[in-house]
Design a protein around this ligand. Structure first.
Ligand code: SF4
Ligand code: SF4
Length: 361
């Protein structure tokens, strides 16, 4: 495998280290050593030394959520997300992706979303059509809300309407490139998808990004990959906090006690932790989960659930257990993927709400 010297250095530094194994949400959910950062590094190091073939470790490479908890926890600055993503890219270049990943990649290239969907639910399609007119502000909903959680997309539109925002929503919204980046990293196809989306965003003064996964891609990865947009890109959570502060979004505080599940893309990647808290605190009594803000634990998503449904459900169940262990009755998340994963767990101890659920309820 052609791996950069930089990644090889990180791999060889991680492969015999155990220091972050306790923090991995996937490893903790499965209880398997193979799911830790160091086990993944060990596998890659064997490929680098030509002891095994790349195809032999690819299932394990796709068991990483790239959530960055290990990177954040590492006291010596090594980066398992970097070498995991580079391995995915190399496997794509060498034609060694697992078949189930090839299907998701093909879907991204054919339809703009990994699920291969082309039709939104009627309610969301109508809400988007009502905002087809060109304005200065684009609401970027993202693939998960458009095709897998359309009620959440509809509610995002409703919240902006409630705040009196004049905005555009696109029936033919381009893919942000976030899903391709997860699947094959910084491939030319990923960058091309990102460049096409940036071109669409250039027509707007402000782009409000509903899904934290898309926000991370647009606000962080585009720049890393040499893709630029002229638009001012803001997260949905930060935009809501601004609307609240300006008095455009009316809030009535209830005595409902909630905890907030920080999406790692907002807290770790974009250093945004307080905006959602400002919004939640205007509507409910907020207390904190153990491991919050940059220490957050990933609670699952929709993309990885396409090929690891049981693992994702166990990850989500563990995060719900974190909430029950402090007596929390309601958990609020700002991530579409985490919302769907948390909701997929059969339990009645903790009510799962999205931020838009909380506002509209
Ligand atoms: S990321 Fe840091 S703590 Fe984790 S295995 Fe690598 S060197 Fe050890
Ligand atoms: S990025 Fe997340 S899922 Fe992957 S090894 Fe690190 S902690 Fe585990």
């Amino acid at each position: 495998m052609m791996m950069s010297d930089k990644c090889k250095q990180h791999v060889d530094s991680c492969r015999f280290c155990w220091m972050c194994h306790h923090i991995c949400p996937v490893g903790n959910a499965t209880g398997q050593e193979r799911n830790t950062a160091r086990a993944r590094a060990l596998g890659i190091s064997l490929v680098n030394r030509e002891a095994i073939d790349l195809s032999e470790i690819m299932d394990n490479i796709y068991e990483c959520a790239t959530c960055g908890a290990c990177v954040h926890d590492c006291k010596t600055g090594w980066d398992p997300v970097m070498f995991t993503k580079e391995t995915r890219l190399q496997a794509a270049l060498e034609g060694k992706l697992p078949a189930y990943i090839n299907t998701l990649v093909d879907n991204c290239l054919d339809t703009g979303n990994a699920y291969g969907k082309t039709v939104m639910c009627e309610t969301l399609a109508a809400a988007i059509a009502a905002h087809a007119a060109k304005t200065e502000t684009l609401l970027f909903l993202g693939a998960d809300a458009r095709y897998m959680a359309c009620r959440q997309g509809f509610k995002a539109i409703s919240v902006l309407e409630k705040a009196g925002v004049s905005f555009t929503a696109l029936a033919d919204e381009p893919a942000s490139g976030a899903q391709l980046d997860f699947l094959i990293g910084a491939a030319e196809e990923t960058k091309a998808q990102m460049a096409a989306a940036a071109k669409v965003m250039d027509d707007y003064a402000t782009v409000v990004v509903f899904d934290p996964a898309d926000a991370k891609a647009i606000k962080q990865l585009y720049h890393e990959y040499g893709v630029e947009t002229k638009a001012n890109v803001v997260t949905f959570t930060a935009y809501l906090a601004e609307l609240l502060a300006a008095g455009n979004l009316a809030a009535k505080k209830s005595d409902r006690a909630v905890v907030y599940q920080d999406p790692y893309q907002l807290s770790r990647d974009l250093c945004e932790t307080e905006e959602a808290r400002a919004v939640i605190s205007a509507f409910a009594e907020l207390s904190e989960l153990h491991l919050n803000r940059t220490e957050t634990i990933w609670a699952g998503d929709i993309l990885m659930a396409q090929y690891k449904p049981d693992t994702v459900k166990r990850v989500a169940a563990r995060r719900i257990f974190n909430a029950t262990s402090i007596g929390a009755k309601t958990m609020v998340t700002a991530s579409v993927g985490e919302y769907v994963a948390l909701k997929s767990v059969e339990q009645s101890d903790v009510e799962i709400l999205s931020l838009v659920d909380l506002i509209l309820d």
